[in-house]
Design a protein around this ligand. Sequence first.
Ligand code: ATP
Length: 219
Amino acid sequence: MSVSEDAPVRVAMLGGTFDPVHIGHLRSAVELHETLELERVHMVPAHVPPHREAPGVTADERLRMLELGIGDTPGLVADGRELARSGPSYSVDTLTSLRRELGSQARLVMALGQDAFLKLASWHDPERLFELAHLVVIERPDHPASPDQELRALIEGREVVDRRDLFARPAGGLLRLRLPSRMAISATDLRRRLYAGRSVRYLLPSSVESYIVSRNLYR
Ligand code: ATP
């Protein structure tokens, strides 16, 4: 089944530090694109405060690795809008900017992994996120957990089970998604491997691995 031509456009944002981007991010984005029949998935690297940055890896390099990792993958976009602004951006700002471009009827999705979802109540203006977008939570095999009281209150009445119900409205719903290829890959583990001189082969695209080696990153 495909989305009819006059149906409102469906677009997702997947934010993250992408430090570095790996197959868990990219395969999730591809499957999200396919499963929800999206026009495109904007992968948006976050501005990271200098004291939290991986030593020697700049925001431009994180964006470049994302571009290399995406390559010509249909439907995925490396979106540097948070880096173009000075200072950090909140997800509500980024969603506001996407909403402005797409119009009020577009179906906008903010996708995030389960680990990020569990911290949602502590984000800036979490209620506003639901005014701007639907939330789609991607299950991660290495991050089991259940929402605390505060998060349960925030999402109360928003959850839909059938993805068709999600797109009946432009925003405001919550869907948990178990994608076919769930992968226990994290950037933290990749950075550890790189610092220790261990192999990262097949955990990230070879184009990204070559870039890391050529720039001597994560050493
Ligand atoms: P780190 O280990 O440095 O915290 P990470 O691997 O979790 O990094 P992020 O850049 O923080 O990567 O992740 C961006 C988004 O992608 C987050 O919403 C995160 O939950 C999600 N994500 C990361 N890895 C996976 C994975 N293997 N499967 C599904 N979602 C993932």
